[in-house]
Design a protein. Structure first.
Length: 498
C-alpha cells in the first residue's frame, strides 16, 4: 500500500480514517457511540445546509453549542465548507458572544439545541447570516478545497483593552503541531482519548484532532464525573488523559487518586496552567503504567510548544517554586530568552518562532508589543518568564505582565479591572490572582457582593468573575507612586488562608 501523502489540512487525518474504516468509533458522548462514517456524513450534511442557496461559501463559521454530535460535526463541517471554524460557548454572556462574532466576521452559524435559545440575544449581529440548526437539503458530496495558509480556527483570549483578542491559527500551523505530536507519542487506533476542554479553548483541538488523527476514539468527559473519575476512565477504557492541572484537585476531592486507581492509562498529559509537583506525583501514583508529561504553550503558538516528561525522582529536584518544568521546546521551533542577559540568574521572557507561530491577531493593533524582531526574525513574546535548568530544559517562573491562568483559562487582570470599573459606584478597581482565584479590591460605594457578581455575569463568563471582594478607602501606592500590586496580592493570600 502506498504511503499517505503529507497532511496539508487539519481535518485531512480525520478523512483518512473515514476511508480506512468508516465503522470505527470516532466519538463517544455518554452511552452514544458515533462512528467515523456517521460523523463524516453529519458534517457533510451540515456543510451542505450552510452552502444551500447562498451566492458564496462562508469564510468564518461559528459553532454555537456544547458537547453534542452537531457541535463536533460542526467543527468538521466548517472545514468541509472551506471556512475557518469559530467555536462559541452558549454559556458565555451575549455581549461577549457578539464581540467574538463581530471580531471574527462570522458569516455562517451552526447551532445545536443548547445554542438555539441564545440566538434571539444575538439577533443584532446575526442579520442575514445563514443559521443551521438541523441539516436540511442536499449534503455536500465532498469537502471543498482549502489551502494550508487558510485559517483553520479562530479562538479568543482575554484582551487588555477589555475585549477579547482573536487568534487565527492556520491549517499549516496546526499540521506542523500534529507532525510534532506524531513524532513524540506512540498513539494508535486502539487508544481512547479524553475530551475535557471547552471547545473555545485551544487545547480542545488536541483532544479532537490528535485523537482522530491516530484513528482512535474521543470520549467527551462531563464535569460531574471528576468526583468518580476512576470509574469513568475504567468504564470507557480511556488510555490517553489530557486536562488542565486543576482537574487533579477535583479528582482528589472525590478521593479518586488512590494509588493504582487509574491502571489503564498509558499517557497522562497536562497543560493550560502551572502543574505542581505534588499533584503530578499523586497522579503518577494513581496511574502507575502511565507516562506523565507537562505541556506548555500559548494559543498563539498552536496548542503547545514544549514538554517535560515527569520523573518522580528527577523532576522535583528541577522544579522551581514547586512547579514542574515546562521542559524542552519542540525540535522544529526556535526560542530565545528576552532580557536574560540582564538577569543575574538568566531569567528572561520566552520568545518563540517557527511553523507553529500564528500570523498575528485579527486586530493588528493587538500585535503591538506581542512580537519582537531579533536575529533577523520575528518572534512571539509569550509574556512568560523562564530560565534554563539542568539538561537544557526550561523552568517556568511566572508572568512578565499581569496575565494569569484561572482554572486553565488565560485571564488578563486588566480585562477584569475593566469590567469591575463598569459597575455602578466603583471608582477604582484592582484585580489580583492568589491561590488560583481572583480577588477584587474596590474603591467606591460599597454594595452587596452577590449583586456585583450578578452584574459582572451580564458580560463576563464565569472564569472572569472574582469570587472575593474587599472595599478600601484608597489603593496602596509603592515608591514609584504606582498601585502596589504586591501588597494587594499578599493581602489577598492572607484573606484566602483564613
Amino acid at each position: 500500500m502506498a504511503p499517505d501523502p503529507p497532511q496539508r489540512l487539519l481535518h485531512e487525518a480525520f478523512l483518512r480514517n473515514v476511508h480506512r474504516d468508516a465503522q470505527a468509533e470516532a466519538l463517544r458522548i455518554g452511552d452514544e457511540r458515533i462512528s467515523y462514517g456517521r460523523l463524516h456524513e453529519r458534517a457533510l450534511r451540515l456543510a451542505g445546509a450552510l452552502l444551500s442557496g447562498r451566492p458564496r461559501a462562508p469564510r468564518r463559521v461559528g459553532v454555537l453549542g456544547a458537547r453534542s454530535e452537531d457541535v463536533y460535526a460542526g467543527l468538521l463541517a466548517a472545514h468541509y465548507a472551506g471556512a475557518a471554524v469559530v467555536p462559541l460557548n452558549p454559556a458565555f454572556p451575549p455581549e461577549r458572544l457578539r464581540s467574538m462574532m463581530t471580531a471574527a466576521s462570522v458569516d455562517g452559524l451552526i447551532a445545536d439545541d443548547k445554542g438555539l435559545p441564545v440566538l434571539a440575544a444575538l439577533a443584532d449581529v446575526l442579520g442575514d447570516i445563514p443559521v443551521v440548526h438541523r441539516p436540511s437539503g442536499a449534503a455536500l458530496s465532498e469537502p471543498l478545497p482549502s489551502s494550508p495558509e487558510d485559517v483553520a480556527y479562530i479562538l479568543f483570549t482575554s484582551g487588555s483593552s477589555g475585549r477579547p483578542k482573536g487568534v487565527p491559527v492556520l491549517h499549516s500551523n496546526a499540521v506542523a503541531y500534529l507532525r510534532q505530536i506524531r513524532a513524540r507519542y506512540d498513539f494508535t487506533s486502539d487508544d481512547v482519548f479524553s475530551q475535557t476542554y471547552d471547545l473555545t479553548f485551544d487545547l480542545a483541538m488536541f483532544d479532537l484532532f490528535v485523537g482522530w488523527g491516530a484513528g482512535g476514539t474521543v470520549v467527551s468527559v462531563p464535569q460531574h464525573v471528576y468526583v468518580s473519575l476512576a470509574d469513568f476512565v475504567a468504564k470507557h477504557g480511556i488510555t490517553v488523559w489530557f486536562s488542565a492541572p486543576t482537574m487533579i484537585s477535583l479528582v482528589r476531592r472525590g478521593r479518586g487518586l488512590d494509588p493504582g486507581s487509574l491502571p489503564g492509562l498509558r499517557w497522562s498529559l497536562f497543560c493550560g496552567e502551572a502543574l505542581l509537583v505534588r499533584d503530578a506525583a499523586q497522579w503518577q501514583e494513581a496511574a502507575p503504567h502511565s507516562r506523565l508529561e507537562n505541556l506548555y504553550g500559548p494559543t498563539e503558538l498552536t496548542i503547545s510548544c514544549s514538554a517535560h516528561r515527569f520523573d518522580p525522582n528527577r523532576s522535583p529536584k528541577l522544579a522551581v517554586n514547586d512547579i514542574v518544568p515546562i521542559g524542552l521546546v519542540h525540535p522544529r521551533l526556535r526560542y530565545l530568552l528576552l532580557g536574560a542577559e540582564d538577569s543575574s540568574d538568566g531569567t528572561g521572557e520566552l520568545c518563540v518562532n517557527g511553523d507553529q507561530m500564528f500570523p498575528g491577531y485579527l486586530d493588528p493593533a493587538d500585535d503591538i508589543g506581542r512580537f519582537v524582531d531579533a536575529e533577523g526574525q520575528r518572534w512571539y513574546r509569550t509574556g512568560d518568564l523562564v530560565r534554563h535548568i539542568d539538561g537544557g530544559e526550561l523552568a517556568y517562573l511566572g508572568r512578565a505582565d499581569h496575565q494569569v491562568k484561572i482554572r486553565g483559562f488565560r485571564v488578563e487582570l486588566a480585562e477584569v479591572e475593566w469590567g469591575l470599573r463598569r459597575l455602578p459606584g466603583v471608582r477604582e478597581a484592582v484585580a489580583v490572582a492568589a491561590e488560583g482565584q481572583l480577588v477584587a479590591f474596590l474603591v467606591g460605594d460599597e454594595r452587596p457582593i452577590p449583586v456585583l457578581m450578578k452584574e459582572l455575569g451580564a458580560f463576563f463568563p464565569r472564569y472572569l468573575i472574582p469570587r472575593h471582594y474587599l472595599y478600601l478607602d484608597d489603593l496602596p501606592l509603592n515608591a514609584n507612586r504606582k498601585t502596589d500590586r504586591l501588597t494587594l496580592t499578599a493581602r489577598a493570600r492572607k484573606l484566602l488562608q483564613r
